[in-house]
Design a protein around this ligand. Structure first.
Ligand SMILES: [Ca+2]
Length: 242
């Protein structure tokens, strides 16, 4: 999928023009970009972290793995042992240089993978759209079904999909790997039923307070998604027919 054909990438392109990926710049993007809304505007002061070591049972749990040099695809995670665990409510790492590793876990900044998993509650059933921007490869699974395959060694690029989710608890997994130094990116965005694009945040999808109300959700109708509002690069906008 080309750079400009996708909402996530369109925002990334806007941000590139702002010369620095600062929180202030992101807040500005939030007010003008395809993700307009409170989620981005309420950016915390560490917008680029892959996660923290502070344990949270309601967030993504990300297991960090070392990869062999010249790995070009996501690994078989079942066959390797994690070197540490981090937690994140959102995956909001815009394209950036990364050379510091993970505080308290490892100094490695290339040839690593993170397998994020968690659970979220869909209150309103219907069509959810997801978009996954990454450098290098990433895949998105919901309820053990693969929605997005953005694997491989590549510069920041996004792939989108849509699916119908029922009301209830859903599992979510984002597998990610960073190949060669230095650039990284990992942004997961969602457009819930009848709503616009925003950063997917676990805190936006809490279950009912009473566990007696919890029900298992289901997924159906998984399909690729291309936003009709975005033109293909190099093409003029179609003339309206009379
Ligand atoms: Ca990279």
């Amino acid at each position: 999928m080309k750079f400009s054909s996708h909402p996530v990438q369109r925002v990334a392109r806007k941000s590139a023009r702002l010369s620095a990926f600062t929180p202030a710049a992101l807040a500005t993007i939030a007010t003008v970009g395809a993700f307009a809304g409170t989620a981005l505007a309420a950016e915390d002061d560490r917008p680029y972290t892959f996660g923290t070591t502070v344990v949270s049972t309601s967030w993504f749990q990300g297991r960090i793995y070392y990869l062999k040099e010249n790995t070009s695809r996501l690994p078989q995670f079942e066959n390797i042992q994690p070197v540490g665990t981090i937690y994140a409510s959102r995956l909001n790492i815009w394209p950036q240089e990364f050379d510091e590793g993970f505080p308290g876990i490892t100094e490695r900044f290339e040839w690593f993978a993170i397998d994020y998993s968690g659970r979220f509650w869909a209150e309103a059933p219907g069509t959810f759209r997801f978009s996954l921007l990454s450098d290098d490869g990433a895949r998105l699974y919901i309820d053990d079904q693969e929605l997005i395959d953005n694997d491989g060694t590549h510069s920041p690029s996004a792939v989108s999909a849509r699916a119908t989710l029922s009301r209830g608890v859903h599992s979510i997994r984002v597998s990610y790997f960073q190949g060669p130094r230095f650039t990284v990116a990992l942004v997961l965005a969602v457009a819930p039923p009848g709503a616009g694009w925003r950063i997917f945040d676990m805190d936006d999808f809490p279950p009912p307070k009473d566990p007696a109300e919890w029900v298992q959700g289901s997924i159906s109708d998984v399909q690729p998604y291309v936003d009709p509002a975005f033109r293909q690069p190099g093409r003029k906008s179609p003339k309206r027919r009379k």
